[in-house]
Design a protein around this ligand. Sequence first.
Ligand SMILES: Nc1ncnc2c1ncn2[C@@H]1O[C@H](COP(=O)(O)OP(=O)(O)OP(=O)(O)O)[C@@H](O)[C@H]1O
Ligand SMILES: [Mg+2]
Ligand SMILES: [Zn+2]
Length: 467
Amino acid sequence: MHAYPYTITISSEKGGVGKTTLATNLAIYLKAMHEDLPVTIFSFDNHFTIDKMFELQKRTDDSHDVHALLMGAKAGEVVETGQYGVGFIRSSTELGDIHERFKGPMTLTKMLAESGISGIVIIDTRPDLNILTQNALYAADRVLIPVKDLPSLENCKNIFALFDQRGIDKKSLALLPCLIDERIKFEGIFKDQKTLLRAIAVNRGYRCLDSYISKSPKVESLNTNPDGKIYPILTHARGTEVHGQFMEITRDLLRSVDATKETRACLYHTWLLEKEAHKKESYLARLEGLAERCLICGAVLAEAPDDRSFYFETSDRSARGFLHGNCVSSMLCSTLYGMEENDPAFGSARALVADKATRAVSLLLPRIGSSECRLDYRQFNMSGEQLLQKNVEMPGFDAGIFNGLHDRLYLLLNEALAGFEGTLRKESWLSVYPVDPANPETVLHEESYKAIHRLQKHFAEEVRQSI
Ligand SMILES: Nc1ncnc2c1ncn2[C@@H]1O[C@H](COP(=O)(O)OP(=O)(O)OP(=O)(O)O)[C@@H](O)[C@H]1O
Ligand SMILES: [Mg+2]
Ligand SMILES: [Zn+2]
């Protein structure tokens, strides 16, 4: 079965609130308190704290880092098992160009969903709300927002606003008072920093964890030592209150992980797969109703599959199918320029017409009056701009007379648009789209067919206005 991670993002626009300390130590506590659970951590920051804390040996090349992950590398190639049994991805200073790639908000969710990483993923972010941070926020089952004072609490509103803008449920978001100086006491009901911060947070409608993290000189000193290492709280600050606080937060998180049946990554992946299946179904349905023959020459297309260079569809969608490139260009040559096939110039004229036709969409709108029949022929580019319009007489069309010149046109119109009793369906028309003869069916794929659908609607409007 495909594995999906439970994702925890640590985010705050304010710098120095303890994000990285929280992210790295949580990874260690989670692993220590639940040994069987894979824990993977990475950071969008360029401080290399993650590397310093978790690497077992020095980095040798740049190809297995966060940059590589975001460029699409497989998780298995970039996640390393590090100190304390925590999986980590090395940091990168080169994330500038990634912003281009990450225009959409769900790119990272998709990557994590497809990564096959199981257990818990912890993402440490930069002190901003750039597109990478946004991706990390939307991917998270839990977002922890450290707040240490009023300005950092003030900043939270931007994260909440982001979720509101996108209409995403904010239940994943929770504030965590950090760097709380226990020596500071106030008079009145808000007796200390954490009580005050929590009260303001709740008053503004933000969820705030019951736990908090105290400011501790011991914890602060873990970054600064002659070895140039960064030591974990679990191993080097066991005697502090912060140690107990981390245990409490970790327990709380593990309970959430246990209670979560489907993580964000899993839900998103299921949705993606359903969308793909739906696309495939629509494609198959579109393939199904295609005409068996080229309506111009009458050949069975399964027997003459080469040169299927055009796709046609009628206004009511009741007839659809492929036409041979040669059949269409010959038809246009005689229809538009009145040339017969035995004309010595027919070949070169047809080549010219064919060249034009493969770059334009043709609209064929028969206008059958009581005294005469005409064809309103137009060419459009794929943006729907009209390139050409021609009015063609169709002598003998209503009488069913074939005179050689218009035979192909009459056949196509009759086959595609005929209603009961041999007359054409009222106000019906058809359009002919150039397709790639090597892979004509791709025109029916979701994305390309969308363009056709749009143009058909546009033509319907043009026709309605011209009648
Ligand atoms: N509980 C704590 N007690 C004392 N000092 C702490 C505590 N947590 C973090 N610090 C110190 O506060 C400083 C900022 O912490 P940290 O780097 O984790 O913040 P950050 O939010 O990741 O910063 P940035 O926004 O720059 O990435 C560091 O020097 C760290 O050692
Ligand atoms: Mg940091
Ligand atoms: Zn044909």
